[in-house]
Design a protein around this ligand. Structure first.
Ligand SMILES: NC(=O)c1ccc[n+]([C@@H]2O[C@H](COP(=O)([O-])OP(=O)(O)OC[C@H]3O[C@@H](n4cnc5c(N)ncnc54)[C@H](O)[C@@H]3O)[C@@H](O)[C@H]2O)c1
Length: 346
């Protein structure tokens, strides 16, 4: 459905910016709204360099209804991809109200404005975290959600999914696709955009990359006594470019006039990799040694998590095509070309 106008909330962030590149390359018109709370304006300049296209972007806080309303009045939006959220698990434990206000409150405001403008198609960035501790693996979309969400970040993702389901139940002219990402890693092949966490990275891949580039001394491995092949935690890492392509598939589906209602899809590769396997792959791809120090487990971490990806394959015709060496190579290209990310010092 290229030619349609997609409003992308959080489009200056990590997953958002890679998806904006794909959307522009596929001929969609894109309007980005972001308050830059966790992003740099440089990112969208790089998106323009990669695509050779101008990005319309508006500095908007989703919690500000008037600001959001103005965007919907100015542009004729066909559908929304909703990435904007705060995502640091640890921070969410110490600042729960900030997380609920931003992630849940911001989503309510967005949906109210969408409804007022009769824009009823939304692709939502959800997370495998909604599954909590897996009852069985691989995780299918009908695995119970919410029960094991141990932190406000994860709960905010779950609450918004529940809210979206209620919305569809109340008015069947809404179309909602929730994408549950597993562990997005990697960067655009150009090395121009990538993950640029502020402060100490929460996720392992940017941490490894910062060790490789000399910004951090060693990687702290949280626990080596999990019930996994080598004792370290196992996760389903998915290349950010594959994830971005998944958003195109979801956007095309949601824009199809025959689609309405609620759908949820896992986006992962379907196989798990331990921390030590990931480190080894990164060393191989980058030629850099990653010193590791094993420390105690982190509260709330689980043994293993990986996706059943058959539903996305069947209904979105999407599957991940990039392997772990691509993920590591592209992360390293981004990090080595941009040792300080988009240039802001810590
Ligand atoms: N990266 C991951 O590991 C991961 C995994 C699962 C799900 N997700 C979800 O994917 C989405 C995108 O994650 P990301 O990794 O790109 O994060 P990110 O922090 O890089 O991007 C989020 C963007 O949203 C913006 N934002 C936050 N609150 C806002 C507000 N109130 N108004 C306007 N803009 C706001 C930030 O400035 C940032 O640019 C999030 O919803 C996150 O929960 C991410």
């Amino acid at each position: 459905m290229s030619g349609a106008t997609v409003l992308v909330t959080g489009g200056a962030g990590y997953v958002g910016s890679h998806s904006v590149v794909q959307l522009l390359n596929q001929g969609f018109k894109v309007v980005v709204v972001d308050n830059l709370v966790n992003a740099s304006p440089e990112c969208l300049k790089r998106v323009e360099e990669i695509t050779g296209k101008k990005v319309i972007s508006v500095l908007v806080d989703l919690c500000n209804k008037d600001e959001v309303d103005k965007v919907f009045s100015k542009y004729k939006i066909d559908c929304v991809i909703h990435f904007a959220a705060l995502k640091a698990v640890g921070e969410s434990v110490s600042m729960p109200l900030t997380y609920y206000r931003n992630n849940v409150g911001g989503s309510v405001t967005l949906l109210e404005v969408m409804k007022a403008h009769n824009v009823k198609k939304i692709v939502y960035s959800s997370s495998a975290t909604v599954y909590g501790t897996p009852q069985e693996l691989p995780l299918t979309e009908d695995h119970p959600t919410g029960l094991g969400c141990t932190n406000p970040y994860g709960k905010s993702k779950y609450f918004v999914e529940e809210m979206l389901k209620d919305l569809v139940k109340s008015d069947e002219t809404w179309s909602v696709i929730s994408l549950r990402y597993f562990n997005p890693v990697g960067a655009h092949e150009s090395g121009k955009i990538g993950e640029d966490p502020k402060g100490v990275p929460n996720n392992i891949m940017p941490y490894i990359a910062q060790v490789a580039v000399g910004r951090r001394k060693d990687l702290r491995v949280f626990g080596n006594d999990y019930n996994t092949l080598d004792g370290t935690g196992v996760r389903d890492y998915v290349h950010i470019q594959d994830l971005a392509v998944g958003h195109i598939a979801a956007t095309n589906k949601i824009l199809n006039p025959n689609f309405c209602g609620w759908k949820v899809y896992n986006l992962g590769t379907g196989s798990g990799l331990s921390v030590l396997q990931l480190v080894k792959a990164f060393e191989e791809a980058s030629g850099q040694k990653i010193p590791c120090e094993v420390v105690g487990r982190r509260a709330g971490d689980i043994d293993a998590s990986y996706a059943d990806v058959s539903l996305a394959k069947k209904e979105l015709h999407w599957e991940a095509t990039r392997g772990v060496l691509d993920m590591c190579r592209d992360t390293w290209r981004w990090q080595s070309l941009n040792p300080n990310g988009y240039g802001e010092s810590e």
